[in-house]
Design a protein around this ligand. Structure first.
Ligand code: NAP
Length: 451
């Protein structure tokens, strides 16, 4: 039997004990009384995907404690309904809605630019929105949709909000991750999942592993901000009901409530004891848990660097260039180019970490001001084709060294993915009876997922 079979089996066994409602109830006996208390008046919390499930519960809890809530949702009506419900239930009028489709990079840039431009302070960012789309779907910007939503949007939003978070006296970034990534090793050179048969569970787990790496890197770069990732357990939310109907049926009496699933994310947002825990860690039920359950899922430093480099390069392509300014150098203000040349966290000393970007919101040009000519095209090179040594760090490059922007519009850019619709595997038709008890996130069992 393969190592991955045992890895999956032991992970599922762990899940049935810890990730269920019973697991939550057991873990919650150790929770510290009053850890969620406190008046949050005056503090700003941005929560993506907060119209339902875990994000909704976090938003509701924050509003109940008096915090200002910024809800980022893709569907306006669902967002309005959720916002009004939160206002009505808590009496808190400081609940605001922003419509943004996180799978669309230009929309993310537009939203971030507009929000930052208002000068609204932000203390906590909760990267909660997530999806697990089961058919291979490319966005109109040529990104695989799960990667675009779960990884790229998290990277871009957090990157752009770092400068305003750094103005807070207690800034935090909480990313709702998943222990589903325990079964996988990160593969950094196929972010669009072009290789092999498309498997949404595999892609989702990859995205969640990527989130861990990103947050760990940033925790080393921005010491004033507390970064964390967390696993909510298995909660009865839309993503499970619609995306995992078989698993939902199997586990229907054991799933956590959305509030139970939201508990650790809420706690990470508000606990006054946050600095007792090192930044960049992975949490479950208010305790730090390991990033790996077994050998074989660890990435090398080079692989993690490769991920960070590619994300930065993608963002570079979307940031408009101000007249007379070199991309990513003075004038753009939004991007801290450190990930490329920042030493890996395992190697870096605090002194080696580059200083945070001091850009003011006013320096950020709105993405919709960029002309197609100003926007470099998507890179077609695979990571293997572009060894790190060959690409100078942006802030080290002279204007002459930076290749001239391609004139292609995003539409003209050939897709990274070469897959044809015929290559898309059909959804699994398994009935509940055919599914072994190791129901949820094993790849074979989650083929019936929808968005
Ligand atoms: N429930 C679990 O057992 C479980 C386990 C592990 C991890 N998680 C993670 O928990 C997080 C929250 O999920 P949930 O369980 O609360 O499920 P959910 O109720 O389906 O919430 C997902 C949220 O993300 C939003 N979203 C998805 N794609 C988006 C996009 N392109 N732009 C903007 N918003 C988008 C959804 O908006 P719409 O309503 O418009 O779709 C929804 O508000 C996710 O990151 C998920 O991976 C959940």
């Amino acid at each position: 039997m393969s190592q991955s079979f045992f890895r999956n089996a032991s992970w599922f066994h762990k899940g049935t004990k810890e990730y269920t409602r019973g697991g939550y109830e057991k873990a919650s006996r150790a929770f510290i009384e009053g850890d969620l208390g406190g008046d949050l008046t005056g503090r700003g919390y941005m929560i993506t995907g907060s119209n339902s499930g875990i994000g909704y519960c976090v938003a509701l809890n924050i509003a109940r404690s008096g915090g200002t809530v910024h809800m980022v949702c893709r569907n306006e009506q669902r967002g309005v309904d959720a916002r009004e419900k939160i206002k009505k239930e808590t009496g808190n009028e400081n609940v605001f809605l922003y419509v943004c489709d996180l799978s669309r990079t230009r929309d993310v840039l537009r939203f971030c630019s507009e929000f930052i431009g208002t000068g609204t302070p932000l203390d906590v960012l909760v990267n909660n929105a997530g999806c697990c789309v089961n058919t291979r779907t490319m966005t109109d910007e040529n990104f695989e949709i799960n990667f675009a939503t779960n990884t790229l949007a998290v990277y871009i939003m957090t990157t752009l909000f770092v400068p305003i978070l750094e103005r807070s006296i207690d800034p935090r970034v909480v990313t709702v991750c998943s222990a589903g990534m325990y079964t996988m090793k990160m593969i950094p050179n196929d972010l669009n999942s072009t290789k092999g048969k498309f498997d949404s569970v595999f892609v989702y787990a990859q995205n969640k592993r990527q989130q861990l790496v990103i947050m760990r890197y940033w925790s080393q770069m921005y010491e004033s901000i507390h970064f964390s990732t967390m696993h909510p357990g298995w909660a009865d939310t839309t993503i499970v009901q619609k995306g995992l109907p078989t698993f939902h049926w199997w586990m229907r009496n054991k799933l956590r409530t959305p509030q139970q699933g939201a508990d650790t994310a809420h706690w990470l947002c508000v606990t006054p004891r946050i600095r007792e825990f090192p930044s960049g860690r992975f949490f479950q039920d208010r305790v730090v848990i390991p990033e790996h359950l077994s050998t074989g899922t660890h990435s090398t430093i080079e692989e993690e660097d490769m991920l960070m480099r590619q994300l930065q390069e993608i963002l570079q392509r979307f940031i408009p260039t101000q007249k007379g300014a070199t991309p990513l150098l003075s004038g753009t203000g939004v991007v801290n180019p450190a990930p490329v040349e920042a030493p890996h966290p395992d190697k870096a000393t605090p002194e080696e970490a580059p200083p945070p970007d001091k850009a003011t919101p006013e320096e950020i040009p709105p993405p919709d001001k960029a002309t197609p000519e100003e926007t470099p095209p998507l890179d077609k090179a695979t990571p293997e084709e572009t060894p790190p040594e060959e690409t100078p760090p942006p802030d080290k490059a002279t204007p002459e060294e930076i290749p001239p922007p391609d004139k292609a519009t995003p539409e003209e850019t050939p897709p990274l993915d070469k897959a044809t619709p015929e290559e898309i595997p059909p959804p699994d038709k398994a009935t509940p009876e055919e599914i072994p008890p190791s129901a949820e996130p094993t790849p074979a069992e989650r083929k019936d997922e929808t968005q």
